[in-house]
Design a protein around this ligand. Sequence first.
Ligand code: GN1
Ligand code: CA
Ligand code: CA
Length: 237
Amino acid sequence: MDVEWVTKFLLLHLFLHSCTLSTHRTASDSCTTHIILPGPEGEHGEKGDLGEPGKTGKQGPAGSKGLIGEPGQKGEIGQRGKIGPIGAKGDKGYRGLPGSPGMKGQPVIAGIKETEERFYLIVKEGKNYNAALVHCKVRGGSLAMPKDEETNSLIAAYVNKTGLSRVFIGVNDLEKERQFMYTDSTPLQNYSHWRPGEPNNAFGGEDCVELVSDGGWNDVECHLTIYFVCEFLKKNS
Ligand code: GN1
Ligand code: CA
Ligand code: CA
């Protein structure tokens, strides 16, 4: 039942009741002129117009952190790096196996020749003039010093027999250019056996002397490495 209608009915009923119970009023002046009954309720009004859009709401709080993204694509291969520093020196290697035995060597001394006073000895070890001289000296001798044709021929024959073409002999002009001396510091006196055109001090640097197989002498560079002849004085001469 409609609540508003019930309320109005009750009010009216109350009004009527008080009117009939009243003792200090007459029925004629109080209950006939004040009865006002409301009419029936009218029809509902038309639906109102659409309201205006509401105000923009306040900015909301920040959302929660999103999930981690997918990994990106693999990048291109990088450029080649700089060459690194030189590594530390390696350890010393193991000792190698011993080599196989060598062939039997040629005899260093090619026989011996002698005169009445001296022994002559070809040394088949290539040495420069100074080393050759030392080799003979430490053995108590000297580089051969042919001081006459007989001795020179003997040495030449010896060189030929040994199959050689040249040997150092103990003659040089180390002390003074063009003043050839024997290695015992005696000057060339009555004898020499220069080849034609020698000594020529070729290239300005020939101060030692070789004896070639024909017995002739030639001045050569002292640093040449060739075989040589030592001589040894016999003791009792
Ligand atoms: C030799 O080969 P050549 O001309 O450069 C010799 C010289 C001689 C010359 C004679 C190292 O020199 O001492 O004087 O022949 N040099 C050597 O022609 O044997
Ligand atoms: Ca010279
Ligand atoms: Ca020469």
